[in-house]
Write a protein that binds this ligand. Structure first.
Ligand SMILES: N=C(N)NCCC[C@H](NC(=O)[C@@H]1CCC/C1=C/[C@H](COP(=O)(O)O)NC=O)C(N)=O
Length: 158
């Protein structure tokens, strides 16, 4: 839909998409000359510029910040963290609500909001987390995801 090498990005301040030319570093609100509007609309429908996710994070002793509201010194091994995360996957499959489990167990401060990270665009979260989050269908829960923060289950909600 966009003439090369234009790309589309999301402006957090204006909460809408804008167009960016990576060579000239030019950015603008209006669609560049030569944009196929219908194709662009289709592309944006299939490639969301931002998603909204809940996550349940279990930290371990190798986490970049092995502390949380639950424990000021986390000594769990990564293997133990993954085993514990698997138990939460089971409970989700048995119908418990993601928000309740995140509130119960997540080592991220988002536990207070049932794991809700709000909306985020490309470039905000660690790459491994971002790529899984953007690939999830709305309503789906990921397999365990490893980042420098620890191990996560991610639920995409928008
Ligand atoms: N932009 C938004 N909404 N907030 C900033 C997020 C910064 C981002 N954070 C993460 O990638 C980790 C993994 C996914 C969620 C997340 C949450 C971490 C996990 O806990 P920590 O390892 O920090 O102790 N707590 C907050 O940041 C990053 N680029 O480091």
């Amino acid at each position: 839909g966009l003439p090369e090498p234009w790309t589309v990005r999301f402006s957090k301040s204006k909460r809408r998409e804008y167009f960016f030319h990576p060579e000239t570093k030019q950015s603008q609100w209006e669609e560049p000359e030569g944009t196929d509007h219908q194709q662009l609309k289709q592309y944006l429908a299939e490639h969301p510029l931002r998603v909204r996710c809940l996550h349940l994070l279990i930290k371990h002793r190798d986490s970049r910040r092995p502390a949380s509201h639950r424990s000021e010194h986390i000594t769990l091994s990564k293997e133990e963290a993954l085993q514990e995360l698997a138990a939460y996957q089971q409970r989700l499959e048995q119908g418990e609500r993601f928000e309740d489990l995140a509130r119960e167990r997540s080592d991220c401060s988002s536990f207070k909001r049932g794991g809700d990270l709000g909306h985020f665009a490309h470039g905000e979260m660690q790459p491994a987390f971002e790529s899984v989050a953007f690939a999830l269908p709305v309503g789906a829960v990921s397999a365990p995801v490893e980042t420098d923060s620890g191990v996560h289950l991610i639920k995409r909600v928008a």
